[in-house]
Design a protein around this ligand. Structure first.
Ligand SMILES: C[S@@+](CC[C@H](N)C(=O)[O-])C[C@H]1O[C@@H](n2cnc3c(N)ncnc32)[C@H](O)[C@@H]1O
Length: 262
């Protein structure tokens, strides 16, 4: 059964009080740290930022949270049309429906005019993209002057070698499809693509705690709406590899806030 067929069947049996956005969190927060990491990232949402793009937004969990609890108008873009259709379906099962618009698009060539958004956010959506300067330049093009970029991404640690990282992970089935950088390399690309760093936190320790807990709870999932629906049968192997890569110090997780350069 396809993702959409499975979702349609599960969503047809709502809880007594109807579907709430947090019921979807194990499925639509497709990144290390889940919903808690998203809430942590959104503490940096700049005052007055109400119109945002969730770039590589997957099933749109972060965007729905922003629309529901932060009064934002959100657009979710993603290359994967199944994820975009699933995000739309989840949206339709919430009352009131969050103010989210869903678009199939490549982050390397966004179908939005210059200055369309106050902010762009990206969670675990840059590691599969080789041309970081192009994706960062596209994000800079579509935000307004002094607009912001909120990031929650995975990086190579300074001394690790790309070939030591274990795959599959949620962003790549094998080394050849993965485009990890160190934080220092990424910052250099930011500087040449129109972004200045405002804040950054290394989230690796919290990420490890979260993934340990998530893996312990995995044997008895609280809901059929979980990451396996989106990631398929390799989901367990992916989370084991993420944990091993973080534990061995090959990868690190960071969140950051950047401001568009003048
Ligand atoms: C690990 S998922 C994260 C999804 C979402 N940001 C989240 O945290 O729940 C990575 C997402 O990046 C998307 N992606 C990868 N390369 C992309 C590209 N070039 N353009 C748009 N989306 C892309 C994938 O389709 C996938 O949905």
């Amino acid at each position: 059964m396809s993702l959409l067929e499975q979702l349609t069947s599960i969503l047809a049996q709502p809880p007594a009080d109807g579907w709430q956005s947090h019921d979807f969190a194990a499925l639509d927060q497709l990144h290390i740290g889940g919903l808690a990491a998203t809430k942590e990232l959104l503490r940096w949402l700049p005052a007055g930022a109400t119109n945002g793009l969730d770039m590589g937004g997957g099933l749109g969990g972060c965007a729905r949270l922003l629309a529901t609890h932060y009064a934002c108008q959100m657009t979710v873009s993603d290359l994967n049309s199944d994820y975009i259709a699933a995000g739309q379906l989840l949206n339709q099962h919430l009352q009131p429906q969050p103010a989210c618009h869903y678009v199939v698009a490549n982050s390397l060539k966004l179908p939005f005019a210059k200055h369309s958004f106050d902010f762009v956010l990206s969670q675990h959506a840059m590691m599969a993209i080789a041309d970081k300067q192009q994706v960062l330049a596209e994000a800079a093009r579509v935000v307004s002057a002094h607009g912001h970029l909120l990031l929650h991404e995975v990086y190579l640690t300074p001394n690790s070698k790309p070939e030591e990282v274990l795959y599959p992970t949620p962003w790549a089935d094998k080394l050849g499809h993965s485009h990890l950088q160190t934080w220092a390399q990424f910052l250099a690309d930011c500087a040449t693509s129109g972004w200045q760093l405002s804040q950054c936190e290394n989230e690796t320790q919290q990420s490890l705690l979260w993934i340990n807990k998530a893996r312990a709870a995995r044997a008895t999932p609280a809901s059929p709406l979980n990451a396996r629906l989106a990631l398929g049968s390799a989901a367990g192997k992916m989370s084991a590899n993420i944990m091993a890569n973080l534990q061995a110090g090959r990868l690190e997780v960071r969140r950051a806030l950047l401001v568009k350069s003048a």
